[in-house]
Design a protein around this ligand. Structure first.
Ligand code: IPE
Ligand code: IPE
Ligand code: MG
Length: 241
């Protein structure tokens, strides 16, 4: 399977900035929260499609550290959607062998949500199928700050010498420790920016931008992104012979 994936040049890790839920809803005269609800359904479908296509890791950006600045009612609706997701996805993950990890600062989330996340992570930890990362209260800079604190604490304790800090030790102190860097990053709905998503991990990631709003995203669109990825030449600063 691993060899076949490499031969077909299927990206091992795909990350998605799921953008455009609000615009999708507005265009239809619906409240923004309806866009988020539809977006959540699309996540479930795309997770299955990704697995089917041989993608080993899928990461989705669900809520950024900056999204707290939205109106309280929208934040509440998003948190409730995440609550529901954490409660209903356990059975599906068990069936599909999905291993879930939430990245981001979970300590700022409501306690009941933290508890359901912890349960879901624990129950799916041994699943060796698709690795599914959900970014909640996630910001790339915040993740680096928390990693720096962890490393500094180890240095202060005397278990780490500053000169030993390496790219690997920083990667290992991030929320994505143990997960390979994304090969392909997709952003939906037309904005050409990264909005504080996986800034360390995406140093050599290939980007794919589409005008499609997240609630309209389909497997066909994911396949187009993968095809575009397959046409890229990844050089990592070197030369291709
Ligand atoms: C993405 O859709 C979902 C989140 C950021 C939570 P948006 O809510 O950003 O939708 P637009 O960009 O306003 O259309
Ligand atoms: C990025 O989308 C965050 C998520 C998809 C969760 P935003 O809609 O928050 O980003 P900006 O405001 O357009 O940069
Ligand atoms: Mg947006």
């Amino acid at each position: 399977m691993e060899q076949e994936r490499q031969e077909r040049q299927i990206p091992r890790h795909v990350a998605i900035i799921m953008d455009g839920n609000g615009r999708w809803a507005k265009k239809r005269g619906l409240p923004r929260t309806m866009g988020h609800a539809q977006g959540a359904r699309v996540v479930e479908q795309i997770l299955e499609d990704a697995k089917d296509m041989g993608i080993r890791y899928l990461t989705v950006y669900a809520f950024s550290t900056e999204n707290w600045s939205r109106p309280a009612a929208e934040v509440k609706a998003l948190m409730n959607l995440l609550r529901t997701y954490m409660k209903t996805s356990l059975a599906k993950c068990a069936k599909n062998n999905v291993c879930i990890r939430v990245i981001g600062d979970k300590s700022k989330l409501d306690e009941d949500l933290q508890a359901s996340i912890a349960e879901l992570e624990k129950e799916t930890a041994d699943n060796d199928g698709t690795g599914f990362q959900i970014a909640i209260n996630y910001g790339g800079r915040d993740e680096l700050v928390r990693a720096a604190r962890r490393l500094a604490a180890a240095a202060a304790e005397g278990t780490l010498r500053p000169g030993e800090i390496s790219e690997q030790s920083i990667s290992d102190a991030l929320d994505t420790a143990g997960i390979p860097d994304p090969d392909l990053l997709i952003r939906t709905c037309g904005e050409l920016r990264i909005s504080n998503f996986m800034i360390w991990q995406s140093a050599y990631t290939e980007y794919y931008f589409t005008e499609t709003a997240w609630p309209d995203f389909t497997r066909a669109e994911l396949e187009r992104a993968v095809e575009a990825y397959q046409r890229r030449e990844r050089r990592y600063g070197g030369l291709v012979q």
